[in-house]
Design a protein around this ligand. Structure first.
Ligand SMILES: Nc1ncnc2c1ncn2[C@@H]1O[C@H](COP(=O)(O)OP(=O)(O)O)[C@@H](O)[C@H]1O
Ligand SMILES: [Mg+2]
Length: 508
């Protein structure tokens, strides 16, 4: 099958001083006064002897030699006779499209460009399923996340390419990050046993995903519920003290000294020896209080730390939830932290869960999982001056997790504030609208595949439009994220809708 629409001619390659070269060519659009339409970002094809050259339109420039000389234009203007009324100016207008070559399509394979197209070659619209295959999408088993911008092609991302390593979802707030996550969750939940189902844990900082509890097979258009969604309220979470080492406890209280850790370790080992299998923080506090081998200063500091931890109300004798029992294929577990205002409490929970998930996965006691972390800059900040209890564990999972499919999906509206160690481990990036120059700069530096023109385009994206960079696609690709199949009941599009709802409810 040809890689282009035979009838869809777009233009002819020209030669300038710079191009065509291996990576660029320019062409003049066809059609004279009824010029064809080509959009910035659109993929086009040129048939060459060796195969098809696939390029993306980088920019469009209109020219008209009648308007090239400012003085002539000024002269006619001051006479009150526009050039248009004297000369056939419109016949001399044409558009030049500048393209960037993104690859060759040879014998059904994507090949890196190695030579230039010929001047005079015909540029055509690309055939849709060739484009899908060129980009390495998975038409059958892929996740249907939306459509390729400027093309009528479903963006079906291969699970293996999108999720077998860590993913970062980056954009300013309101750009559609969480919406994209819900679309991805719908697609993951739709998967059948035969396709293999991932287990997903969502750290839901704002309680945005709890509506998914009401999701049914009917909403997703699948024959039966082969999935499960469990909603766990942050307030119910309990961290089992007796399973924690002194290091683990110490990690919740940042800044503990070596001496304090050593004494805490001894206190805990004494309690364990005294036959108590299950104990809580107050038992440790008592033990430290009674222990005169600990110096007065250390004792007071330790008791202070421990009281502080106890006052969070997050610790107890038994674990809740028991991750080994609840993490299952085809299941989404929502950890809803919207009850908490305190960042420290949220961090303690995240740190604990991340540590447990990684350990259990290492021991193969839970299936491969995807951990979605909203507001990830709050949990794994780049700056050393911010509270960052879970940071070492998140960095460990980022570095080592993918070997055994402990996968991260990090979502943030402040990419510049997210740990670069973690960001650089993300083999895939989904970038939505972003206008902050510091964030853009950071995104540009942390992802190899992204060029200046794509970076510029990120500032002009609309809500729900994303740039995929990384292993999912052979070249950076703009995607219009699809609509959700299932909407939260109380979802409001904008302020006026929210105001109307509150009037109806009779809020006073
Ligand atoms: N792909 C999309 N299709 C339709 N509407 C969208 C899409 N993405 C985002 N929106 C709209 O934009 C709003 C904000 O998106 P959201 O995902 O909450 O932003 P973020 O998480 O980036 O702050 C959503 O509530 C929704 O109304
Ligand atoms: Mg959000």
């Amino acid at each position: 099958m040809p890689a282009y629409h035979p009838s869809h001619r777009l233009g002819t390659v020209i030669c300038t001083n710079e191009d065509p070269n291996v990576l660029e060519f320019s062409f003049v659009l066809e059609g004279g006064l009824n010029e064809v339409t080509v959009k910035r970002g659109e993929f086009v094809a040129v048939e060459a002897e060796f195969g098809t050259v696939v390029a993306s339109v980088r920019d469009l420039v209109r020219t008209n030699r009648y308007f090239q000389h400012a003085e002539a234009v000024r002269e006619y203007q001051s006479r009150g006779e526009p050039l248009r009324s004297i000369f056939p100016t419109d016949r001399w207008q044409y558009t030049l499209a500048h393209t960037r070559v993104v690859g060759f399509w040879i014998n059904n394979r994507t090949v890196r460009p190695y030579t230039a197209v010929s001047p005079g070659a015909v540029v055509r619209r690309i055939e849709e399923d060739v484009l899908a295959r060129f980009l390495r999408l998975d038409a059958e088993d892929g996740l249907n996340l939306g459509t390729i911008a400027n093309h009528n092609v479903e963006f079906r991302a291969s699970v293996d390419k999108l999720l077998s390593k860590h993913v970062a979802v980056l954009a300013m707030s309101g750009a559609g990050k969480s919406y994209f996550i819900s679309v991805m969750l719908e697609e993951l939940l739709k998967r059948s046993r035969e396709q293999g189902r991932l287990s997903v844990v969502v750290i839901d900082v704002h309680g945005e995903y709890s509506y998914l509890q009401d999701l049914s097979a009917h909403d997703l258009g699948i024959p039966e519920n082969s999935f499960e969604v469990e909603h766990i309220r942050g307030a119910h979470i309990q961290i089992p003290v007796s399973s924690l080492t002194a290091e683990a406890l110490g990690s919740f209280a940042s800044g503990m000294s070596e001496v304090q850790k050593r004494d805490l370790r001894m206190a805990i080992s004494d309690i364990r020896k005294s036959l108590k299998k299950e104990y809580n923080l107050s038992d440790i506090i008592q033990k430290v209080k009674d222990d005169d081998t600990i110096s007065k200063n250390t004792r007071e500091a330790l008791i202070g730390w421990l009281f502080n931890l106890e006052s969070t109300g997050l610790f107890g004798k038994e674990a809740f939830p028991k991750l080994v029992e609840i993490i299952r294929p085809g299941k989404v577990t929502l950890i809803d932290l919207s009850d908490f205002i305190s960042l420290k409490k949220k961090q303690i929970i995240v740190s604990h869960l991340v540590g447990e998930l990684l350990n259990y996965r290492r021991q193969n006691r839970i299936p491969p999982f995807l951990l979605i972390l909203e507001e990830s800059h709050q949990f794994c900040p780049e700056s050393r001056h911010e509270l960052a209890i879970p940071k070492p564990r998140i960095e460990t999972i980022a570095r080592e997790g993918r070997k055994f499919y402990a996968l991260l999906c990090l979502v943030t509206q402040r990419p510049v504030k997210l740990s670069t160690t973690v960001l650089s481990q993300c083999s895939n990036q989904v970038i939505l609208r972003c206008t902050n120059p510091y964030d853009l700069d950071h995104i540009g530096r942390s992802s190899e595949g992204i060029d200046r023109s794509s970076l510029d385009a990120i500032t002009t994206l609309e809500v729900g439009e994303a740039l995929f960079v990384g292993e999912t696609v052979s070249v950076p690709t703009f995607v219009k994220i699809r609509k959700r199949s299932f909407e939260p009941k109380d979802h409001t599009q904008n302020l006026s809708e929210a105001l109307l709802k509150s009037e109806q409810k009779g809020h006073r």
